[in-house]
Design a protein around this ligand. Structure first.
Ligand SMILES: NC(=O)c1ccc[n+]([C@@H]2O[C@H](COP(=O)([O-])OP(=O)(O)OC[C@H]3O[C@@H](n4cnc5c(N)ncnc54)[C@H](O)[C@@H]3O)[C@@H](O)[C@H]2O)c1
Ligand SMILES: CC(C)[C@H](C(=O)O)[C@@H](O)C(=O)O
Ligand SMILES: [Mg+2]
Length: 362
């Protein structure tokens, strides 16, 4: 069966890193019998420039029709003065919300070859393998009411609402517990139940769902402690399940444990395994256009796409093995290179992954 994949390069380094991931998809299509069709569309700032909206209806329609979406990154300083509703980030949030992509899987794995690239001591991070399960369509990101209003005094007030329903918490917790069953059978639920009622409910529901998984050990941490534990002793974690905002922040922190944010892929899934796949990093305006960004997070996102949406787990393994092989060979983009050592550019890294894929096929 043919699967359709929509490519949304986005802004900044998005087009550069996505180009390498598309090379991987095309190689798999042409040389490894992966039955896919590729479509391209605009999202984010690029779409705003072309059509006045960060998520044009045509892009949303294509995304709805696709089996999987590959997204680079959105945003940039040139769009920061726009109203929130027209900002590039709204394009991304619109896709997540409209497609119902509530389950965001963000694995943080330390490749042994990159132990020296982590800012933490090697013994703290060696063997690290965490899965952050971030709820992606609720919380303060989507809660109502929201906005900036002017009070009778003339002073302005900004407002966002942290909102979760029981069913939203339940379904993401089931994703986390099911994932833990495939791993180390441990779930840490992260909240701020000592202060916020919304997350008091989160803890209650997580505990209830946990009773369906007696073989999985559940513990709870407040988010401030969880942030501290992530840098103190990250290997204590197996699966972390948390809300949209805490998951956003904790996953960037987890990224640095692995050496670079340029290494972390993600999958955002609906209830039927339709998914959007993107690196967890942003459009990196500081390095955009220079051909130096690390494409591996995006290429590893393709591996997740193969596994979760394209029913091609063997090819997913192959892509991951190819990434390991280029790391073994010592290829390093600037973000994962030790000081003073040789680096490769975005396209060279992508080409090296393709070479490794072909070698692994023989
Ligand atoms: N999913 C997304 O599309 C997404 C995610 C985060 C931020 N953003 C947007 O991106 C823009 C920039 O945000 P930011 O600077 O806070 O975060 P960022 O993730 O873009 O960059 C943070 C730092 O990491 C570096 N970096 C990121 N990706 C890299 C890669 N692949 N290779 C090498 N280095 C990399 C950048 O150079 C920068 O120094 C903002 O507009 C923000 O809203 C988008
Ligand atoms: C760009 C922004 C909307 C996004 C988020 O906050 O979810 C990003 O930081 C991410 O982690 O994917
Ligand atoms: Mg983020």
């Amino acid at each position: 069966m043919s699967h359709s994949v929509l490519i949304l390069p986005g802004d900044g380094i998005g087009p550069e890193i996505v180009a390498e991931a598309v090379k991987v998809l095309i190689t798999l299509r042409d040389e490894f019998a992966l039955n896919i069709t590729l479509e391209h569309a605009l999202v984010g700032g690029a779409a705003y420039e072309a059509s006045g909206h960060p998520l044009p209806p045509a892009t949303l329609d294509l995304a709805r029709a696709a089996d999987a979406v590959l997204l680079g990154a959105v945003g940039g300083p040139q769009w920061e003065a726009l109203p929130i509703a027209l900002r590039p980030e709204k394009g991304l949030l619109g896709l997540r919300g409209e497609l119902g992509l509530f389950a965001n899987l963000r694995p943080a794995i330390l490749y042994p070859q990159l132990a020296a690239a982590s800012t933490l001591k090697p013994e703290i991070v060696a063997g690290l393998d965490i899965l952050i399960v971030r709820e992606l369509t609720g919380d303060i990101y989507f809660g109502q009411p929201r906005g900036i209003e002017t009070l009778p005094s003339g002073e302005k007030r900004g407002l966002n609402s942290m909102v979760y329903t029981e069913s939203e918490i339940e379904r993401i917790c089931h994703v986390a517990f099911a994932a833990a069953r495939q791993r180390q059978h441990r779930v840490c639920s992260v909240d701020k139940a000592n202060v916020l009622e919304c997350t008091e409910l989160w803890r209650e529901v997580a505990t209830r769902v946990g009773r369906d998984y007696p073989d999985v050990q559940l513990n709870h941490l407040y988010v401030d402690n969880a942030a501290m534990q992530l840098v103190r002793a990250p290997k204590q974690f197996d699966v972390i399940v948390t809300g949209n905002l805490f998951g956003d922040i904790l996953s960037d922190a987890a990224a640095m444990l692995t050496g670079s944010i340029g290494m972390l892929p993600s999958a955002s899934l609906d209830a039927n395994h339709k998914g959007m796949y993107e690196p967890i990093h942003g459009s990196a305006p500081d390095i955009a256009g220079r051909g130096v960004a690390n494409p591996l997070a995006t290429i590893l996102s393709v591996a997740m796409m193969l596994r979760y949406s394209l029913a091609a787990p063997a090819l997913a393994d192959l892509v991951e093995k190819a990434v390991v092989r280029v790391l073994d060979r010592g290829l390093r983009t600037a973000d994962i290179a030790a000081a003073g050592t040789e680096t490769v550019g975005t396209a060279q890294m992508g080409d090296a992954v393709i070479t490794a894929l072909r070698e692994l096929n023989t």
